[in-house]
Structures are given as structure tokens and as C-alpha cells.
Design a protein around this ligand. Structure first.
Ligand SMILES: Cc1cc2nc3c(=O)[nH]c(=O)nc-3n(C[C@H](O)[C@H](O)[C@H](O)COP(=O)(O)OP(=O)(O)OC[C@H]3O[C@@H](n4cnc5c(N)ncnc54)[C@H](O)[C@@H]3O)c2cc1C
Length: 351
């Protein structure tokens, strides 16, 4: 069956790319092995101001409107709220970080994302104050992936199967099983490390664990960010996470990460002592050496592409990068330099 684009992986990257391509008239097939993925485990947080120095990453001003626009469009299409806008309180952890916060509040580039002044809150231990962030929130990734899967299935654009690399015929035309695609885009998340064409790219995968809990009372109403974070879901339910581990790369929840997350939460919110844990999940982020996405075409097999490496920022970054990637496929428009895998052609692709 001839198609335009075969997408391998139905995480957030493959799902949003497939959705946008189909809206633009492409014949698409998504192949996914059906295993629980990082996108489903993720909290889906969107946070424009991050790190110890409270910096705004350069792509926020372009990525955030693209993300909100696409999630709004999907919300209208499927009549479900996927993106929940929720303010964030950042716990300042030192006098130096309080200085950074004061500086940012005077900088015009930060105005849209910060409220002036600091607050305190009885429930939260914050000796150096709380910075009020706005334009923050979270994406309901599991719900979004489920409706996109349903949509792909009804339009005969989804196959639940392991994409076996050795079964791909490269010449004279691409062929996999009965499919004859013009292009293949690999969106395999951290499993791209095992891809024979792109696996040498500098991924630095990081495992993360998240707890879902329930409290009888006193659950904060805003997102609390204290290095780890607490995300209120309503009706006393919340998520807290995420741990960060680069050596033990599996999907198994650990007692050690659970204890770290609970200790960290109780230090900041001592009132949340009697928590009932209702879920404990783990996943692997496709983080990269230079913290930039890995997008582009194979230097030799030009119809093979990768769309990956969104680290811990998939919800914010994927919508904008997906549109840039489609412009690149359609009109040969150059990719944003920082994400183009051309930066690794000389070093990471054996000749
Ligand atoms: C604990 C944790 C917390 C996170 N928190 C956040 C957060 O708050 N905010 C945020 O923006 N991001 C967060 N992230 C990161 C986020 O998950 C990613 O940025 C994004 O979801 C990655 O999506 P992806 O589609 O690239 O990869 P994945 O979601 O991993 O999807 C890849 C898919 O490809 C499939 N696949 C791979 N190989 C094959 C094959 N050969 N055949 C068939 N199928 C295949 C996999 O089964 C999977 O379904 C978090 C991640 C973790 C693990």
C-alpha cells in the first residue's frame, strides 16, 4: 500500500506529528508496539522559567503559543480539555536565588511569565519566599494519546506492531511489510538508541519516577516547584515527581526513588504527612547531550528521518518543532539550527 509517511512510535512526538500531517492531507501510518511510554508516564508540565538561575529558555516565546494553539485545536476537535493552565509557586531555596528572582521581575522578557512580588503560604516551608509564575500548567498526555490513537485507528492509520528494523527494505523503494512509504520518521523516544540508522546520535536517556497520591485535606491548589514538584489534580489527588537517574535504565518503580520524592515533599509541605499513594510509575526520557532535540534526515538515506530528543520538555516543544519539521519535509525549509542532526553528520554517522 503506497503511503506518504510511515511514523514509528506513538508517543507525544509521533502522535502530534501524525495529527498535523493528516490535517495537511498526507497519507500516514503510525506503527507502535503498544508498550507504556514516557509520554504516558510524564506529568506533562509546561514551565517556561527553569533552573537554579530561573532562566527562560530561548525557544519559549515561540514554542508556548504553538503549544497552546495546537492543544486548543485538539480540545475543540475531541471536546476534551487536554491542557490545564495552572499557576506555579516556585520555592526559592537561597538568598542568591531570591536575588535572581528579583532581577527577573525587573526584566521585560520575563514580564509575561512572572507576577511581581513574593508570597508566603502557611502550608509551604519557604524561608526565602515563593515566586509566582504564570503561563504554567500541564498536558493530560495519557488522555490525549488515547484519543489520537482512536482517531488514527478509525482512519486506518494505526498498526500495533513492533517495527523490526531488519524487515525494512531501503532500495529501490522503501518498503515495510505491505507498506510502501515515501518517507519514514522515527519517533521512538529513548529506544532510538537501538535504531541502526540513528542510534549513534548522542542520546543521554534519564529514567524518571512519579507518584500519584491522595490526601484528605490541605492539598495546595497551585503547582509547587521545589526542585521536585507537586501537581494538584483536584479532589485531593496530586502527582509528585520526578526523580532523575541515568544509570539504571528500566521502567521499574523503585523504593529508593519513592522515598526521595516523599522526603522532599514532606520537607516543603509538612502538612501532607498522611498521603495515600495510589500509583507509582517510571519511564525513560529521551534526553540528549546538548539538551537540544534531534531532528532531521539520515545523511545517506535521505527518506529516513528522526524526530526525537525532547528531553523533559516534550509538551512545550513538540508542537512547534513538529510544524518546523513538516515545513522542512514539504518545502525543504531549513530546520532550526540547534535541533538539526546535521550538527552530528561528521562525528556520529559512520561512513
Ligand atoms: C517520569 C517522567 C516525567 C516527565 N515529565 C515531563 C513533564 O512534566 N513535561 C514534559 O514536557 N515532559 C516530561 N517528560 C518527558 C516527556 O515524556 C517527553 O518529552 C515526551 O513525551 C517524549 O515523547 P516521545 O514521543 O519522543 O517518546 P515516547 O513517549 O517514549 O514514545 C516513543 C514511542 O515509540 C514506540 N517505539 C519505540 N521503538 C519502537 C519500535 N521499534 N516499534 C514500534 N514502536 C516503537 C514506544 O513504544 C513509544 O510508544 C517526562 C518523562 C518522564 C519519563
Amino acid at each position: 500500500m503506497p503511503i506518504d509517511v510511515l511514523i514509528v512510535g506513538q508517543g507525544l512526538a509521533g502522535s502530534l506529528l501524525a495529527w498535523l500531517l493528516i490535517q495537511q492531507g498526507y497519507r500516514v501510518m503510525v506503527v507502535d508496539d503498544g508498550a507504556e511510554n514516557a509520554s504516558q508516564v510524564a506529568a506533562g508540565l509546561i514551565n517556561p522559567i527553569t533552573g537554579r538561575r530561573l532562566l527562560k529558555s530561548p525557544e519559549v516565546d515561540t514554542c508556548l503559543p504553538a503549544a497552546k494553539g495546537l492543544y486548543q485545536q485538539l480540545q475543540q476537535q475531541f471536546q476534551q480539555p487536554f491542557f490545564v493552565e495552572l499557576p506555579m509557586l516556585r520555592v526559592l531555596n537561597s538568598p542568591q536565588q531570591r536575588d535572581y528572582a528579583e532581577q527577573r521581575q525587573t526584566q521585560s522578557a520575563y514580564q509575561a511569565y512572572l507576577k511581581l512580588g513574593f508570597v508566603s503560604c502557611e502550608q509551604i516551608n519557604a524561608a526565602f519566599g515563593l515566586l509566582q509564575q504564570q503561563q504554567t500548567g500541564y498536558l493530560k498526555t495519557r488522555a490525549l494519546l488515547a484519543v489520537i490513537k482512536g482517531y488514527l485507528q478509525t482512519s486506518n492509520s494505526y498498526r500495533c506492531s513492533n517495527f523490526s528494523y531488519q524487515d525494512l527494505q531501503l532500495e529501490p523503494d522503501l518498503q515495510w511489510q505491505d507498506l510502501i512509504p515515501k518517507q519514514i520518521v522515527f519517533c521512538e523516544g529513548h529506544q532510538a538508541r537501538f535504531n541502526p540508522w540513528f542510534g549513534k546520535l548522542p542520546f543521554q536517556p534519564a529514567k524518571g519516577e512519579i507518584l500519584t497520591g491522595q490526601v484528605a485535606e490541605n492539598c495546595p491548589e497551585q503547582i509547587i516547584n521545589y526542585g521536585h514538584w507537586l501537581l494538584p489534580l483536584g479532589a485531593g489527588q496530586f502527582k509528585t515527581g520526578a526523580s532523575f537517574e541515568t544509570r539504571q535504565l528500566d521502567n521499574l518503580p523503585t523504593q529508593a526513588a519513592k522515598q526521595t520524592l516523599l522526603n522532599s515533599l514532606k520537607t516543603v509541605c509538612p502538612n501532607l504527612a498522611n498521603i495515600q499513594i495510589i500509583a507509582h510509575q517510571a519511564g525513560i526520557r529521551a534526553t540528549t547531550l546538548d539538551k537540544q532535540p534531534l531532528i532531521g534526515s539520515h545523511p545517506q538515506y535521505r527518506q529516513l528521518h528522526i524526530f526525537n530528543g525532547f528531553g523533559a520538555k516534550g509538551s512545550l516543544a513538540i508542537p512547534w518543532y513538529a510544524q518546523q519539521f513538516i515545513n522542512y519535509l514539504q518545502q525543504q525549509q531549513p530546520l532550526p539550527l540547534g535541533c538539526d542532526i546535521g550538527r552530528y553528520y561528521d562525528t556520529h554517522f559512520p561512513r
